[in-house]
Structure formats: structure tokens, C-alpha cells
Ligand binder design. Structure first.
Ligand code: UD1
Ligand code: CA
Length: 453
């Protein structure tokens, strides 16, 4: 099967410099969703018709299995398909999809494909409460499709028809060339309508069949930011329902956003207003507190992520405690039973089994062993203004509060670092390290008093 995706339109009503089909739904371009769905049908040719912002569209969704056809001027949907013809295999049918209709399910398309087979012309139609604006499906007394008439060309009577053209069709390809070449633009919009091909098919003795989607939202297109927002909500609700079906507890299915894939084990619980991006895996019994942002992360069983925690490109083992207000940046790897608490940032660093950094700390470019206690206000000084260096802290080290570790530096197993120490030289196993400082007390000190004005 060939698949052609129409994506040449400008999308004036989006009021944006970005081509319409590149506006994101769940963090990815609308067109990328359509291409994904198309791929699940294993087409032999996959052609995207581009026009407005063609270069940007090519760049955004280019892939070895995607070919592009340029429609220089948008002269109508029929004209758009015509531009793709040279790239199609004439011996198999062609399915036409729309780059701005992102939520059509493969199961619905398969129903249309099966109904049409190799010989028939298939139209995905749906009966709606308010058909205004859509092409109407005109049937004869026997219920057979006669033609599709656009809103702007329809008579009073035709406008009362509630069965509409979703735009998605499948057609034999060999005959398509002649059909498209014979289209006229003598209609209200002065366009070459793909919808007129239905009459050509009937005239050549090809049967026209219809199929319907499982749900009406599958055929909704995006023409404005309002419609984009509506489809985003529908999509997120679908994702939330799938998570609930899989046994995940969502404190409020209306307040979770998944922009990518979220895989959950058994008995995972997610509180409100969490955003998941990229690929996120939560193992059994993970709990996520409210207002967390988690991107490209793997979280082990029984781990607790408390409120306002941000995670990106990081992993945590089992029974880790994170947050509230923790931040894991790319390359953070927390072993089982580690604790990372409030206002602690970890980047490109390993925290060993059971190690704890509970308060106000920066750990960057570090290898921290097991059972290390990182006191409040500890900073790894990893950057000398030109290069980054590593800090190595072996097992069972105790780091007193307000310590600076000036990298590159190595602290041996079992070392104790006194509070307020700046460590800039390596420390051997078992030692106590501190900086010499003096404490002075003055008896004659008077605090300044605010002047009266
Ligand atoms: C089209 C159908 C209408 C159907 C409706 C469903 C036609 C003539 N009408 O109308 O029956 O009910 O979709 O939403 O087909 N495009 C191009 N090149 C063009 C024109 C359009 O690539 O020259 C693309 C657009 O970017 C868009 C899609 O085709 O993705 C549909 O175009 P649009 O103008 O929105 O069609 P409608 O007038 O809504
Ligand atoms: Ca139009």
C-alpha cells in the first residue's frame, strides 16, 4: 500500500510562523503522529506532500522511509495528491491521510483498508451533530454513495446531511492518475477537489464503500490553537485512561501530561500535575508526588519521588527517596536506597548504595561510594572556568556541612570531613580532614542601630 499524507496547507488560523503540521501535540509535531500511525500499517511507499514551510517540514520529519512531494501552490486536495503520483507504486492502493489530523487510530484505518480491498474506493465517513464546514456524503435511494459535496457548493438540502467526509480515503492507484487529471476547479473555492474523484470512480464502474471510525475525535483536524488544545486534552485523556487500565493510580486523570512514553510497573501511583517527557519507566510500587517533571528516566521499584522534583536523563535504583524539590540532571545515577533531598542537584554523578544528600547540595561530575553522608550545603567545585573535573568519594565517607570539594580530588574510604572544610588535596583512607580556622569572640562589639528619620 502507498500512503500519502497531505501537509502543504499554511494553517493561517494558527497565527504562527511555524507551519501548521509542525505544531506540537504531546510534545511532537502533529505530522509526526500521523507518520507514526502510517508506519504501523507498513506502507511500501510513504509520501508527504509539502508546500508551506516545506524546508522546515522536511527537516522536522525527514527519515529514510519518508519521501516528499512538493506542492508549490495549494490548488486543492486533488491537486495535492497529484503531486505525489510519480512517487507511488501503481500496483497497490493509495491511502490518503492528513498531516493535521493526528489522532486517527490504526484500527480505524485498517477497517477502511479492509472494506476497500484492492479494487474499491473507500471513504472514511462519520455522522456528526454539527456537519457545518465539512464535505457531505450524498447517497442514492439505495444508500450507495453518489458524490461528496463541499459545504460551500452544497444545496440547502445537502447541507442537512449529517454524514461527513473525514477526508481520509483509499483508492486504487492505477486509475487515480486519469481521475485526478480530469478534475475541474469550477467550484466555490476554485480548487481541485479530491472529493470529486468519487464521481470519477463511479463513472469508471469502481464501487465506492465507506467505513466509520471507532470514535469521532479520531477524525478531528487542527485549524486553530483552540482545536489544537482540544486535541491535546483528548490525547492526554486517552493516555491517562490507558494508564488507569494498566493499573496505575492517577490522583486526577485530568492532571497528568505524557509527552512521550510512560511505562509503569504494578501499583504505581502518580499525584497531580506531573509531566512525563521522552521515555520514562517507573518500576513496581513507585510513587510520584505532585508537580514533578520527569524526562528520559528509569526509576526502580519502591522509589518515592516527592513533590516538585525534576528529573532528566537520570536513573534511580530501588527504594530511593527523592525530593521534595530535588533535581537530577543528565548522567545522575542513584543506587538502591539512596536519598536525595530538597534543593539538591545531581549531575553526571553516581551516588552509591544507601548514600544520602538530603539538603542544599550540588554534586556534579562525581563518583560517590556506598553509605556516604553528604552534609547540608556541600558543593563539588567541578568547574575551573575552563574544564570540568571529577570528584571521587569512596565508601563510608562522612562529609560535614558546608564542605567544598575542589576537583579533581579523591577522598579515601571512611574519611571524615569536618564541617566547613575546603578539600583541595586528596585525602587518604580513614583520616579526619579539616581546615585550620580560628574562632574569635569579642566583648566590645555594638550592633549598629537604625537611625530615626
Ligand atoms: C477537506 C475535504 C472535505 C472534508 C474535510 C475534512 C476536500 C475538497 N474537502 O476540506 O470534504 O470534510 O477536508 O476535514 O478535500 N491541503 C494540501 N494542499 C492543498 C489543499 C489542502 O496539502 O492544496 C491539505 C491541507 O494542508 C490539509 C488538508 O489537505 O491538511 C485538508 O485541506 P483543507 O483545505 O483543510 O480541506 P477542507 O476544506 O477542510
Ligand atoms: Ca479548503
Amino acid at each position: 500500500m502507498n500512503i500519502v499524507i497531505l501537509a502543504a496547507g499554511m494553517g493561517k488560523r494558527m497565527r504562527s510562523a511555524l507551519p501548521k503540521v509542525l505544531h506540537p501535540l504531546a510534545g511532537r509535531p502533529l505530522l509526526a503522529h500521523v507518520i507514526d500511525t502510517a508506519r504501523t500499517l507498513s506502507p511500501t511507499r510513504l509520501v508527504v506532500v509539502v508546500g508551506h514551510g516545506a524546508d522546515k517540514v522536511r527537516e522536522a520529519v525527514g527519515a529514510p522511509d519518508v519521501q516528499f512531494a512538493l506542492q508549490d501552490k495549494q490548488l486543492g486536495t486533488g491537486h495535492a495528491v497529484q503531486q505525489a503520483l510519480p512517487l507511488l507504486d501503481p500496483s497497490v492502493p493509495t491511502l490518503v491521510l492528513y498531516g493535521d489530523v493526528p489522532l486517527t487510530r490504526a484500527s480505524t484505518l485498517t477497517r477502511l483498508i479492509d472494506a476497500a480491498g484492492a479494487e474499491r474506493y473507500g471513504v472514511l465517513t462519520v455522522t456528526v451533530d454539527d456537519p457545518a464546514g465539512y464535505g457531505r456524503i450524498v447517497r442514492d435511494a439505495a444508500g450507495k454513495v453518489k458524490k461528496i459535496v463541499e459545504q460551500k457548493d452544497a444545496s440547502e438540502e445537502e447541507r442537512r446531511i449529517a454524514e461527513i467526509n473525514t477526508g481520509i480515503v483509499i483508492t486504487p492507484t492505477r486509475t487515480l492518475e486519469t481521475w485526478l487529471a480530469s478534475l475541474k476547479n469550477d467550484n466555490a473555492q476554485g480548487e481541485f477537489y479530491l472529493t470529486d474523484v468519487v464521481e470519477r470512480a463511479i463513472d469508471s464502474g469502481v464501487e465506492v464503500v465507506t467505513a466509520q471510525p471507532d470514535a469521532e475525535w479520531e477524525t478531528l483536524g487542527v485549524n486553530s490553537k483552540i482545536q489544537l488544545a482540544e486535541l491535546e486534552r483528548i490525547h492526554q485523556r486517552n493516555v491517562a485512561n490507558a494508564l488507569l487500565d494498566a493499573g496505575v493510580t492517577l490522583m486526577d486523570p485530568a492532571r497528568i501530561d505524557v509527552r512521550g512514553t510512560l511505562e509503569c510497573g504494578a501499583d504505581v501511583s502518580i499525584d497531580v500535575n506531573c509531566v512525563f517527557e521522552g521515555r520514562v519507566t517507573l518500576a513496581d510500587n513507585v510513587t510520584v508526588g505532585p508537580n514533578c517533571v520527569i524526562r528520559d528516566a528509569t526509576i526502580g521499584a519502591g522509589t518515592r519521588i516527592d513533590a516538585y522534583t525534576h528529573i532528566e536523563g537520570a536513573s534511580a535504583g530501588a527504594n530511593v527517596v527523592l525530593g521534595p524539590y530535588a533535581r537530577l540532571r543528565p548522567g545522575a545515577k542513584l543506587s538502591d536506597e539512596a536519598h536525595v533531598g530538597n534543593f539538591v542537584e545531581v549531575k553526571n554523578a553516581v551516588l552509591g548504595h544507601g548514600s544520602k544528600a538530603n539538603h542544599l547540595t550540588y554534586i556534579g561530575d562525581s563518583d560517590i561510594g556506598a553509605r556516604v553522608n553528604v552534609g547540608a550545603g556541600t558543593i563539588t567545585c567541578n568547574y575551573d572556568g575552563a574544564n570540568k573535573h571529577r570528584t571521587v568519594i569512596e565508601d563510608d565517607v562522612f562529609i560535614g556541612s558546608d564542605t567544598q570539594l575542589v576537583a579533581p580530588v579523591r577522598v579515601g574510604r571512611g574519611v571524615t570531613i569536618a564541617a566547613g572544610t575546603t578539600v583541595w588535596k586528596d585525602v587518604a583512607e580513614g583520616e579526619l580532614v579539616l581546615n585550620e580556622k580560628i574562632q574569635i569572640s569579642k566583648t566590645d562589639y555594638k550592633r549598629p542601630v537604625k537611625k530615626k528619620s
